[in-house]
Design a protein around this ligand. Structure first.
Ligand SMILES: [Zn+2]
Ligand SMILES: [Zn+2]
Length: 333
């Protein structure tokens, strides 16, 4: 198979995407060629644009929340043409190192990530290693499913790190937060949403999604929190969140990149408070979260853009000019 296909490419750091027409080669062993039905944008795509991740191999096509249909499969591939799949952030792990053997393939030092090390889904087609793709029910709406594949998955992994916390603070109310608020509230937890100061739109969105309180991130929590989930890439939120959680409480940082954390007195950490990060995701996270999501009536909030409008989608994401998740749809303009 040889197909001319449109892709949006970061040719170099700190520059907008450029549109390219590319020829797709036949998928190799274990690989599939996926026709992209929809691909959501994530803050990580901005970190790729800004070269805030190490050694981004420009030129690169970003995008790691892909819902698509298999159009060709290589030798030994797990899927066949016509199958509906999700292509997520974890593109490949070695399956041999100590981390992989412990079941922590998200920490594999050789892991490759979609839209960072391998071309991603800001394109009409993407080639993916089928062993790392998620089977999807063809009845699911492609646009509404895309935010589940990173925002939902990373949010869910972060939420699970909070253990059985009942009162949970969420700092930064975007794509991950709006999904996890729905999951948490369905499970009987209480959500306090902290947003940029004065962002009343995000605050009312948080209340619509089920948060029992929403306000500015500088405001101290009205009652001590059992856990805090930080999705905003703002290091100064870490000491703030530590002051908001009770003794024994956890502060979970869900982003891949964060500005430096300012120093803070040891007394803020004292009382067995914990800080931890969440790194990437495993295939098991994908299966677990899709099962949880299918049992809930999740309402992902999305704003669609044509693939060729990807720069506008990223600009809106950066400026906080949209609710929920920006989703690119090829040939919708
Ligand atoms: Zn992501
Ligand atoms: Zn490994």
């Amino acid at each position: 198979m040889s197909t001319a296909s449109q892709a949006m490419v970061f040719r170099e750091a700190r520059k907008p995407l450029t549109s390219e027409s590319r020829e797709f080669a036949r998928p190799g062993d274990h690989e599939i060629c996926v026709r992209v039905l929809a691909c959501a944008a994530c803050r990580t795509d901005l970190h790729v644009q800004d070269a805030e991740l190490e050694n981004v191999p420009y030129p690169i096509v970003p995008g790691h929340q892909v819902v698509g249909e298999v159009v060709a499969s290589g030798g030994g591939a797990h899927f066949s043409p016509g199958d509906r799949v999700g292509v997520t952030w974890l593109a490949w792990a070695c399956e041999r190192c100590p981390a992989c053997e412990r079941g922590e393939e998200n920490l594999c030092p050789k892991a490759k990530f979609t839209g960072y090390h391998r071309d991603g889904g800001f394109a009409e087609h993407v080639i993916a290693d089928s062993r790392f793709c998620l089977p999807l029910d063809p009845g699911l709406d492609p646009v509404a499913t895309t935010p589940l594949l990173c925002a939902g998955l990373i949010g869910y992994r972060s939420f699970r790190m909070a253990g059985d916390a009942e009162r949970i603070g969420i700092y930064g109310f975007g794509s991950a937060a709006h999904l996890i608020t729905q999951v948490a509230v369905a499970g009987g937890r209480e959500i306090h949403a902290f947003t940029r100061a004065g962002d009343t739109r995000a605050q009312s969105f948080a209340r619509e999604m089920g948060a029992s309180w929403a306000g500015d991130s500088e405001t101290p929590a009205s009652q001590p929190l059992d856990a805090a989930l930080i999705f905003a890439p703002v290091g100064s939120l870490v000491p703030k969140a530590l002051r908001d959680v009770r003794p024994g409480g956890r502060v979970v940082c869900g982003g891949i990149h964060m500005s430096d954390i300012p120093s803070f007195p040891y007394s803020d950490l004292w009382g067995e408070r914990r800080i931890q990060s969440v790194a990437n995701l495993t295939r098991q996270d994908g299966h677990d979260f899709m099962r949880v999501a299918s049992g809930l009536d999740l309402r992902p909030s999305t704003t669609c853009y044509d693939l060729l409008d990807a720069n506008r989608a990223l600009d809106d994401l950066r400026a906080g000019n949209l609710e929920g998740t920006a989703v690119l749809v090829p040939n919708s303009g």
